[in-house]
Write a protein that binds this ligand. Structure first.
Ligand SMILES: [Zn+2]
Length: 76
């Protein structure tokens, strides 16, 4: 499980089940376990106003450097 945090205010944004290695580019919505983000149209933001991504329907396309993450990646 990964914990994704806002790089500006360090608030928690997601608890996310990441499968496979590599950088985090998007969050598949069905793997988001907890969601603390604010949505405005298709923009996804932290509650501090930092824009972290765009809602593409099935996934959130993340804006690099707007967030940090740590935790374990699920191996499959
Ligand atoms: Zn924030």
């Amino acid at each position: 499980m990964l914990t994704v945090k806002c790089s500006k205010c360090k608030r928690k944004l997601y608890k996310y089940l990441k499968i496979g290695k590599g950088r985090l580019w998007h969050c598949w919505r069905d793997r988001i376990v907890e969601d603390y983000t604010v949505h405005e149209g298709d923009r996804v933001m932290c509650s501090c106003g930092n824009e972290i991504g765009v809602n593409k329907g099935k996934y959130i396309k993340l804006k690099q450097h707007s967030f940090t993450y740590k935790g374990n990646i699920t191996k499959k």
